[in-house]
Design a binder for this molecule. Structure first.
Ligand SMILES: Nc1ncnc2c1ncn2[C@@H]1O[C@H](COP(=O)(O)OP(=O)(O)OP(=O)(O)O)[C@@H](O)[C@H]1O
Ligand SMILES: [Mg+2]
Length: 466
């Protein structure tokens, strides 16, 4: 079977004028990896440019070709007729996982030869995940969370899980590992990020006093402080809801490593309005599942290639040092997740916040969130009540966002002031005219100020880059 494939490959390559010798062959769970040494003078780009035609002649789709790191060979990754599913639980129980070192080891999946790929989130120190719908992001996020749970006790690790879809992380509710119930509401998610920034600053103050440089040294001195990992599924929903989130993610990504706070952010839309320059610059470790176009692959990995992945957990991991590894995500059926979580079940009111400096505030916000969720659930079950005019207005007002609200208030104040100060002798009509002019002026001023601010920011940013 393999002999047939290698023979067919060499023959097809020669049709395209590509000559060389076959090297090692590895049969993995997803692909057969055939290593090939090109004859001197044959360019790799010739092979890469003809790969779609080579695949067509071989009668398979989705062949990937890549140079082998530190070697003179290139590797042809040819999909297996039947891809295997990698079970998460046996890896979790394996010696390799048990002996994995590092602050926060997570299982990315297995490499193309079937060997587990374990990476330390504490070193990454954050992870950006992208992939089209159904490509395996949520399955991947679940195995990252479960690897952390498999390695750390509830007093060593706390989780904040953001899930606008409501269904992906609901089974983690009422776990000793949770800092708050799974966050499904986007305005609440933005507030949790603010809280994380507060906690990070508070931790630095504690470290300063204890004369240590990071969480590792602080714990070594016999203190208690859990790592905090915030996992956001569908980041697009959050950043498009509230642009300020970008700033908070930037602050956390730049400074939170030493404080033991880490982010895992996933998005279905790897477009530039979601994975902005700021986000990209601050999250150098990225995992791309199958994406829909080379442009999306460029956005996440800075190179094309992720569009040719096979889906169902097939992914490319780009590390901070620029190495790219193809991995296949491990799958955990819901039943297994439930079984793994059984020992850690508890009531939200029993969560241990010790070692979390802003714990009391977080607990308060948690109570508020639980009450809000219960009210929403009740309303959904009893049928939503018809909204009054006041509620509708409140909804519109909230949708405006803070900067716009400020502008509207300023314009309103200008209108009222002009109305009050217009001379009593004037007709009502001209007083209103005056007030309207003042409001328009105020609106123009606000637009000008905003433009000025944006220009200053662009100039400062470009100077800083230099
Ligand atoms: N590693 C894997 N091994 C086997 N099957 C997988 C794997 N990853 C995903 N799948 C299959 O693909 C389905 C969709 O995966 P998942 O829910 O993770 O997609 P997603 O990328 O989160 O999609 P969406 O953006 O729509 O939420 C899973 O229900 C599962 O059947
Ligand atoms: Mg998903």
């Amino acid at each position: 079977m393999i002999e047939n494939l290698t023979e067919k490959l060499t023959e097809t390559l020669s049709h395209f004028g590509i000559e060389g010798t076959i090297g090692e062959i590895f049969e993995g769970p997803l692909i057969t990896d055939i290593q090939f040494q090109l004859t001197h003078g044959t360019k790799f780009s010739t092979v890469a440019n003809s790969i779609k035609d080579i695949a067509r002649e071989l009668g398979v789709s989705g062949i990937r070709v890549a140079p082998v790191v530190n070697s003179t060979y290139i590797s042809f990754e040819i999909p297996q007729p039947q891809a295997q599913t990698i079970d998460f639980v046996p890896i979790l129980q394996s010696e390799e996982f048990r002996s994995a070192k590092g602050g926060l080891p997570i299982l990315i999946g297995v490499d193309m030869h079937g060997k587990p790929v374990l990476k330390d989130l504490a070193k990454m120190p954050h992870l950006l995940v992208a992939g089209t719908t159904g490509s395996g992001k949520s399955v991947g996020l679940n195995s990252f969370i479960l690897s952390l749970i498999g390695k750390k006790q509830p007093d060593e690790l706390k989780l904040i899980l953001v899930d606008p879809k409501r269904i992906e992380f609901s089974m983690y509710n009422n776990q000793k590992y949770m800092l708050c119930p799974t966050v499904t509401d986007m305005s609440m998610a933005a507030r949790w990020l603010e809280k994380l920034c507060d906690e990070m600053n508070a931790r630095y103050a504690v470290f300063e006093k204890a004369m240590v440089r990071n969480i590792g040294e602080y714990i070594e001195k016999g203190n208690k402080m859990p790592y905090i990992v915030c996992v956001i599924d569908e980041f697009a929903d959050l950043i498009l809801f509230d642009k300020n989130v970008e700033k908070q993610v930037q602050i956390l990504a730049q400074k939170s490593r030493a404080a033991g706070i880490h982010l895992i952010i996933a998005t279905q839309r790897p477009s530039v309005d979601v994975i902005t320059g700021v986000i990209k610059a601050n999250l150098p470790t990225r995992l791309s599942y199958k994406v829909s176009s080379p442009v999306d692959s460029m956005t996440i990995l800075n190179m094309a290639g992720a569009e040719d992945l096979l889906g169902r957990g097939d992914s490319l991991l780009l590390e901070e040092n620029g190495t790219l590894t193809r991995t296949l995500g491990a799958y955990t059926p819901n039943n297994d997740i439930m079984n793994l979580l059984v020992p850690y079940r508890c009531e939200m009111s029993d969560i241990d916040y010790s070692g979390i400096i802003t714990g009391a505030q977080i607990q308060e916000q948690t109570q508020e969130y639980i009450a809000q969720q219960e009210k929403a659930k009740e309303e959904a079950l009893n049928g939503a009540k018809p909204q009054g005019l006041w509620d509708k207005m409140k909804g519109w007002w909230n949708k405006l966002g803070k900067p716009m609200q400020r502008r509207v208030v300023n314009i309103g104040i200008a209108f009222v002031m002009a109305l009050i100060s217009s001379k009593s002798g004037k007709s009502k009509k001209s007083a209103i005219q005056n007030a309207t002019d003042a409001a328009v002026k105020s609106a123009k001023r606000s637009v000008k100020a905003q433009a000025k601010q944006a220009i200053t920011k662009t100039i400062l940013d470009s100077l800083n880059k230099k």
